[in-house]
Design a binder for this molecule. Structure first.
Ligand code: HEM
Ligand code: HEM
Length: 221
């Protein structure tokens, strides 16, 4: 079975899998784009937070002999935040493209490397009782976490694009507000996935599934 190869200490481990070149490239691109997107969010909520920069704008203008109100200073600092949101939106288009690319990759993958076939196999394995039963139960949870991630990514992209093209689509302020709220809430689930995912692969690499991380680089061919 091409997608199941053995790992020291764990016979026929389904965890150490082949990854096609396109999936590996996709994985590292989504890692870069999502990290970039999160960095823009972090910058806007810290260094470029408009409310926090009101005093800074006022101080700089006072030194040049101009006095402005909080409202006027806010308008200036808000512009810098907007510039960063434009970067966030550009990265967002990249993420939307990558989501589409993942759907195309799914159709071009070898049969036993397709997500749905791996999920089916995971369900079958999770029903087995034996030496590796606990590992198989863990395996299905890992696969389900990927499915959940794709649902979250889809919702992030839909709400993000909805905001970006809201005017063209004729969305009311209320709809824009709801999309923004939903988009903002989903981010926390994304962060949770990333933390659990990173912890998971590090624990696996240091435990029974040595080579799981390099497999995402060399494909375990
Ligand atoms: C993991 C990926 C992403 C994260 C963590 C994320 C997070 C956020 C957060 C926290 C906000 C601020 C919401 C608020 O002010 O309440 C935001 C705004 C926004 N995001 Fe994202 N986002 C992601 C991906 C995307 C994508 C794929 C798009 C699609 C184009 C997108 C488009 C937008 C837009 C248009 C805004 C509103 C910016 C503004 O206020 O002018 N985001 N995002
Ligand atoms: C923003 C950060 C990341 C996201 C959103 C992410 C997302 C994903 C997704 C969706 C998959 C499943 C791929 C598929 O079959 O479609 C995956 C697998 C994998 N990722 Fe990540 N990843 C991230 C960061 C990382 C990092 C930093 C590492 C390495 C330290 C890593 C190592 C792996 C490995 C080894 C697998 C395969 C695990 C397995 O066979 O079950 N990921 N990742």
């Amino acid at each position: 079975m091409a997608s199941i190869i053995t790992s020291p200490g764990m016979e026929s481990s389904p965890f150490l899998q082949h990854h096609s070149a396109s999936l590996r490239i996709w994985h590292w691109l989504i890692f870069i784009f999502i990290t970039g997107s999160i960095i823009t969010v972090l910058i806007n909520s810290t260094v470029l937070s408009p409310r926090d920069n009101i005093k800074l704008v006022q101080e700089q203008l006072t030194r040049k002999g101009v006095t402005v109100t909080d409202d006027q200073a806010f308008a200036v600092s808000h512009e810098y935040e907007d510039k960063m949101w434009n970067v966030h939106i550009l990265i967002g288009y990249g993420i939307a493209f990558l989501l589409l690319a993942r759907v195309v990759i799914e159709f071009t993958q070898a049969e036993d490397e397709k997500m749905r076939n791996r999920l089916k196999k995971a369900i079958l394995l999770s029903k087995q009782n034996g030496k590796n039963s606990a590992d198989y139960k863990h395996y299905i949870r890992v696969k389900l976490s990927y499915m959940l991630f794709f649902v979250l990514l889809f919702l992030t992209v839909i709400t993000g694009l909805g905001m970006a093209f809201g005017r063209e689509l004729g969305f009311s302020r209320e709809i824009h507000g709801s999309l923004k709220n939903l988009h903002a809430i989903i981010q926390y689930f994304m962060y949770a996935f990333i933390v659990i995912h990173l912890a998971g692969v590090i624990i696996a690499e240091n435990g029974k599934i040595k080579g799981i991380v390099s497999g995402m680089i060399n494909g375990n061919d």
